[in-house]
Design a protein around this ligand. Structure first.
Ligand SMILES: [Mg+2]
Length: 217
């Protein structure tokens, strides 16, 4: 029996997004709790979300401090204590993970597949994610927008992540993300892509080796 020159899967490494793939989207209840902590009118959740998202890319990119971000959301500067409460609730909202996705990644890791996390995340969340067991056990590296100073779909973000995989040929690296625009930017750099829409079978098909033929030679 010969050892295959390449990995048993179709790719040699994976670059994977966090939220919407590994991380679960926050529930409406979580949004309501955060809005309440922000002292937003209870019947105006949509406007809170608009205020939350408007400065988020700059926050993710490390261009805004925690205080500057929340001052933009609230329209005024919160007290230090209030700010700590908002940061903690915001961070907690994004730390729930999908156990089935993690199980699939652990199986792929057991096959020796290198993995790099590439996430648009503010600094505080990136610190929390970096301290998790799955980050340490699964990922060869983890790149966060706030640390890179740039967000997906900036091509430079993918170039940093590709370098972190140690694989030279982008066509041998799979990029997984729940945002189509992020996948499109990766494809333009020659990466293989999986636009993840919550179908675990799609992820397993890409990351895990195909079952061997029962009576194969
Ligand atoms: Mg995502």
């Amino acid at each position: 029996m010969t050892t295959p020159a390449t990995s048993p899967t179709a790719v040699d490494a994976v670059i994977i997004d966090y939220n919407g793939v590994i991380g679960r989207q926050p529930s409406t209840l979580m949004w309501r709790c955060l809005a309440a902590l922000a002292e937003w009118p209870a019947d105006q959740l949509d406007s809170f979300r608009d205020a939350f998202w408007a400065p988020r890319e700059a926050y993710d990119a490390g261009e805004l401090s925690d205080l500057a971000y929340w001052a933009k959301v609230l329209g005024h500067h919160p007290s230090p204590r209030w700010l700590r409460t908002l940061i903690a609730a915001d961070t907690a909202m994004w730390t729930g993970t999908d156990p089935f996705v993690l199980d699939t990644l652990y199986l792929a890791r057991a096959e020796g597949l290198p993995m790099v996390l590439l996430s648009n995340a503010p600094a505080h969340l990136s610190n929390v994610l970096n301290a998790t067991d799955w980050r340490r056990e699964l990922m060869d590296d983890a790149l966060y927008s706030a640390r890179l100073g740039l967000c997906k779909p900036d091509p430079a973000a993918y170039e940093h992540a590709l370098a972190a995989t140690g694989v030279d040929d982008p066509s041998r690296v799979l990029f997984v993300d729940d945002r189509e625009d992020n996948c499109q930017a990766a494809a333009e750099l020659g990466l293989r892509t999986l636009h993840y829409t919550g179908q675990l079978a799609d992820l397993a098909q890409e990351l895990l080796p195909a079952p061997a033929d029962s009576f194969g030679a």
